[in-house]
Design a protein. Structure first.
Length: 365
């Protein structure tokens, strides 16, 4: 997620401890628990925020929300650390799809295809499309983010009671992890919940609040579910200026599990990852682009740069070595001042750098 963190001096100017001993006690506690961790400053600020809330003595409901949120986050981080190095794809779809339906068999095939390509399948852990995808993937390649409801609610039999099941009390945290953990998103037909997830995912990527990943709309051959929705987007949203024509580049339509899988594999053919570094945007590559391709970038994608800037390719740089993902600092990258708006065009830029004819050494990508 691309959320900003408040500067380190935020708390010192926005809160009063009422006691000069509190900061010292917090520092002592952080040293005891975190030692020389590079996250020590972040842990300090977390503790000070809790103290600030305690001093304000918020109402009990607010305090319980904060406590439950922290507990749920920490438990989720710990569980998902077991699968940290695995590529993952989140599959959305209706819990009411019957095992006899063609979409059920398609979702099962999708899980199998993801597993064959060493991708884990994340779902909401329930029945229907979710159970089908897990059935195809198998428990070792599945993660179920189940929601705890006031009435009886169980995860599907594939992940139930295993370390591959993760329960959530809050919908917003569950949605966070659906996107945070996903290297791609596959959306199958469903009801209000599926449409909610579809629009939220698109909003997050369109606004840059979520990393750019493949978003595949999967339907059965001859199915019109997603095509009907895309027609509504064009006729009602694009025509009124509510969305841009380039926003459609964020989506791909597929009518088979193999086609959906190919969209994901194509996305990561040469593109590795992206991140902000100060005011610059980095697109990491598995292989550098040749000079002619770089020249084409300057003309075809100049609009994604701020203030008349340009896109430059560079190799290993030491300025990422202190970053959390410094392990990738050896990769070639494209660096530019992204305008932060045109994520649909950014998606076409990724398509461009993935084309074998644009690679300096296409045989090694």
């Amino acid at each position: 997620m691309n959320e900003d963190i408040e500067p380190a001096d935020y708390l010192s100017s926005h809160w009063q401890t009422g006691s000069s001993q509190i900061p010292d006690k917090v520092e002592e506690l952080v040293r005891l628990c975190a030692g020389s961790s590079e996250n020590a400053q972040l842990y300090r600020d977390m503790l000070l925020e809790v103290i600030r809330m305690a001093q304000a003595d918020r109402n009990r409901w607010d305090a319980k929300i904060l406590l439950q949120t922290i507990r749920e986050l920490e438990r989720s981080f710990a569980r998902l650390a077991l699968f940290k190095r695995r590529r993952k794809v989140t599959v959305f779809g209706s819990a009411r799809t019957a095992p006899t339906h063609a979409l059920y068999h398609l979702a099962k095939s999708m899980g199998q295809t993801l597993s064959r390509n060493d991708y884990m399948t994340i779902t909401g852990g329930g029945a229907g499309i979710m159970a089908a995808a897990h059935e195809g993937a198998g428990v070792d390649n599945s993660l179920g983010f189940n929601i705890t409801l006031p009435f009886e609610q169980h995860a599907n039999t594939i992940v139930r009671g295993t370390e591959h099941e993760l329960g959530f009390k809050f919908f917003f945290l569950r949605k966070l992890f659906f996107v945070k953990e996903a290297d791609a998103l596959i959306l199958c037909p469903g009801g209000f919940g599926t449409l909610d997830e579809t629009l939220e995912v698109l909003t997050l990527i369109q606004t840059g609040k979520s990393p750019l990943v493949p978003v595949v709309l999967l339907d059965e051959p001859g199915g019109r579910y997603w095509e009907s929705l895309l027609n509504f987007f064009r006729e009602q949203l694009q025509s009124a200026g509510y969305i841009r024509a380039t926003d459609f580049h964020l989506l791909r339509l597929a009518k088979s599990s193999e086609a959906a899988m190919q969209e994901i594999l194509d996305f990561y053919r040469n593109f590795h990852s992206a991140r902000w570094l100060g005011q610059d945007y980095l697109l990491r590559l598995n292989q550098p682009l040749h000079q002619q391709a770089l020249q084409q970038l300057q003309t075809r994608f100049a609009d994604v740069c701020r203030d008349g800037g340009f896109i430059q390719q560079e190799g290993d740089r030491g300025d990422e070595m202190q970053e959390p993902d410094a392990e990738f600092s050896h990769l070639p990258r494209l660096r530019f001042r992204f305008n932060g708006r045109d994520h649909g065009t950014l998606r076409t830029l990724v398509d461009f750098i993935n084309q074998p004819e644009n690679l300096k050494n296409p045989g090694t990508a």
